[in-house]
Design a protein around this ligand. Sequence first.
Ligand code: ZN
Length: 277
Amino acid sequence: MSVAQLKDTSRLCVHTMTTKPLSLDQCLDFYQSSNLSGITIWRNVLERLSLSEARRRVDGSALKVVSLCRGGFFPARTAAERQAAIDDNRLAIDQAQALGAPLVVLVCGAVPGMPLSEARRQITDGIAAVLPYARQAGVKLAIEPLHPMYAGDRSAVNTLRQANDMVAELKDDHVGVALDVYHVWWDPELREQIARCAALKALLAFHVCDWRVPTRDMLNDRALMGDGCINIREIRGWVEEAGFTGFIEAEIFSTENWQLDQRDYLAKIKKAYLEHC
Ligand code: ZN
């Protein structure tokens, strides 16, 4: 990697959930003054804003909206709940379109006690039901495989192979994959499945953070890049070898880091990105 690349933050995006204490206005302001290039917007920061107000704020910023997080949670015990999930995903697509986000990231969902194979069937059906709406809006859907520790209640899609299989079955250029190192770094098939994902033209997003050892909380103890054991730079190499040229998105849920001054934290994220990604 050249010196110029080492100083380059033109592909660095931060998720608003990474700086959870900040409002959308503060995220836009702080990210831009920190010289970041992209922002992935989580739906919670939109709660108190109309979509037109949110759009106006985003338009006033030089940041590129990379994705909207998140849709998904398709499987459910009843048809009414599955329909509610489809309706919510349509709303997420409306929000993404209004904000100029090309992508909605899907945390696909799981139901405790439901066989994972059945949950995956319902996920595929749910995505298929939403796809025409997404296509019409010009918004893509990105299946994010989640680490198997979340198979009980958050996602029945736990490997990149499963996500690729789903993409191959759905056969639609508006569905692809969001790859997050936190969820997939352990996978012995990772490199070959990244290549397969790229061959499917489905590699839509790349999320980074690190795996703290020991991890103290399953959800909110992600580490800053370099503070854990993930071979982030190697995985980025595989992703780029496969032709990915999109944003590198820092997505770090961390109760510990949410206590920091968030401007200082953004400086740390930038440094960690340059040194470890
Ligand atoms: Zn992610």
